[in-house]
Design a protein around this ligand. Sequence first.
Ligand SMILES: [Zn+2]
Ligand SMILES: [Zn+2]
Length: 267
Amino acid sequence: MMFVSFLIISTIVALLLFVYIKIKAYVMIGVMLFLYLISVFAIIRGGCTDPGIIPRKEFTIGIDTFRTKRDFNLISNGALVGVTYCPTCNIYRPPRASHCSVCDNCCLRFDHHCIWLGTCVGKRNYKYFYLLVTSLNINLIIAFIYDLYIIIESAKDKEEKKIQFRVLTITILSGVSFVDLMVFIFFLGRLQVLHNKLVLQNYTFYEDFKKKLKNPWKIHPFYKNVWQHIYRLLLEFTPKSLLNANYKKDPNKKNREIIVSQKFTFE
Ligand SMILES: [Zn+2]
Ligand SMILES: [Zn+2]
């Protein structure tokens, strides 16, 4: 799906560039290419970075055959946070982690499984997902305003010999602008508003969706302050992957061993 996202974005940008080159709108070409490259970077980094997979622990016959693991609670900010056992991965999920049914792995600070990136969005790649949505939205808004301006200007132009080019320009730009507007209103714009809210409040999409935290908007177990939430999203270094080389090489997912002791944080 990473390739499909790349293809859709590239097609729209190529159509616009075709018109912008014809009308010699060099500043727009620069802006469009710059934002396009940011989106491509975000797709590649977001799709190829380990989202925060927690390695599985091998089952030990006799100890792990029957479910003996009990879920328990921890306290953070005065609120109870559940630590649950994952019977598929044979680990205790740290707070905010969840099991993704598509990838069949537990993922740290699980946000959602993104079909456009073809992977989970979690603790290690959320910033690239956010960068992708933001760069696409900025691109959509700038292109839409500029395209409207060109359509209005072209419609005013009465010069006879330019008529064919004018029709072509107006047709392409109207089509792309309409698609832009629909995508923005029904998908990307909404996504941006939702994730801006989630970032400011330090909630994942999954937590927001499930409303599984007690008093979600009052006692927030992971709340620090707005600046720290923004800092963590934009400037914090990506934490080290928990996957070791053996894990990545093992195609049968048999010899997955947890390489860290299970320390629970509230990040
Ligand atoms: Zn799991
Ligand atoms: Zn997933």
